[in-house]
Write a protein of this length. Structure first.
Length: 339
């Protein structure tokens, strides 16, 4: 038993319909619901066509036998009066329809033809959709601007120093109040030990009745030269001692908005290229406003830091928390070349 020719759901592609010519599938396909030639799919109430019993498989014979069993009682049943007869007829009709639907379904599967098709159903879920929480990024710590140079803070005197390229924070130094050093060390040419090409030292002037920055700078420059290039703290001579010195620059300079004064010497030593020392004094902006003394020690020669770094560091000194104060009249510090 085969369905009549028409359009049915394609077994190989359920989302479309395919033409059934009554015996086999054709190559014609279309979207569901499209109008065209051919008979519509049979409804469950449409009776199925019969074929000779000898050509039907065992499932078909079983279906036919069930049909006969359901049909015979209907023909042989004696008339039932009234309501009882109506109930009997309804029961027999329901059994016949069920047998026909079952036969069409089995026939469609066995012969490769279209089976009884049910309208597609869409599963619906009443469960709420999962909510994905969007993580809130943790606030990043504020970072200094890439254009702002790093600084070194002298908390005792309430000032900061810019840290030029090639300079680092002090590490493993024996001198007091060192703010920064050049990067790296070398073996001292004199009595041995470890030397550095550059130092910047900051301290408060105490136990001195003099308050003039000029007088204090002039008094300190000789001690600064001796401490840097003559003898160290334990009495050794890292450079063999100082042989001579000369003043190469001095004058008034504005530091952190205050009028200061500096003196710079060129020192020659018995061993090594010698170097430059500078004493800078200016009034403090905090506390009792005691003068602040800044010493610069720069080795001479190719390995020493450029003298321009003295100017850059001096001009960059600021009160803590103030990035705008500095410079002013007399801010030039004299010649920067190496004699």
């Amino acid at each position: 038993m085969t369905p009549p020719p028409g359009w049915y759901r394609d077994p190989s592609a359920p989302h479309q319909e395919r033409r059934w010519d009554g015996t086999a599938w054709t190559e014609h396909r279309r979207a569901p619901g499209t109008t065209g030639f051919g008979a519509p799919p049979p409804s469950p109430q449409q009776p199925a066509q019969h074929q000779p019993m000898q050509h039907q498989p065992m499932q078909h014979q079983l279906m036919q036998h069930q049909l006969m069993q359901h049909q015979q009682p209907v023909h042989r049943q004696q008339p039932v009066p009234g309501r009882g007869r109506a109930v009997a007829l309804a029961t027999a009709a329901a059994a016949l329809v069920a047998a026909i639907v079952t036969g069409v379904f089995v026939l469609g599967e066995d012969d490769g033809g279209p089976a009884a098709q049910a309208p597609p159903t869409t599963a619906t879920s009443t469960a709420p959709e999962p909510v994905t929480a969007t993580p809130t990024p943790s606030p990043k710590p504020s970072e200094p601007s890439a254009d702002a140079p790093p600084v070194v803070e002298d908390q005792l005197n309430g000032i900061t120093f810019p840290l030029p390229t090639g300079w680092v924070l002090p590490e493993y130094v024996t001198e007091d109040d060192v703010m920064m050093t050049t990067d790296g060390t070398y073996d001292c040419p004199g009595d041995g030990g470890v030397c550095r090409n550059g130092l910047v030292i900051s301290r408060t002037v105490t136990a001195n009745a003099e308050s003039s920055p000029k007088a204090l700078a002039q008094q300190d420059i000789e001690d600064a030269a001796d401490d840097a290039y003559d003898r160290d703290l334990i009495g050794n001579k890292p450079f063999g001692g100082i042989e001579s010195h000369e003043e190469v620059a001095s004058g008034q300079v504005a530091v952190a908005g205050r009028a200061g004064y500096y003196v710079r010497w060129r020192v020659k030593t018995a061993k090594g290229p010698g170097g430059y020392v500078q004493s800078l004094v200016f009034p403090s902006t905090v506390g009792t406003e005691s003068p602040i003394l800044v010493r610069y020690v720069f080795d001479a020669g190719e390995d020493g830091p450029p003298l321009d770094d003295m100017d850059r560091i001096t001009k960059g000194i600021r009160p803590v928390g103030d990035a705008d104060t500095g410079g002013g009249v007399g801010s030039g510090i004299g010649p920067s070349g190496r004699p």
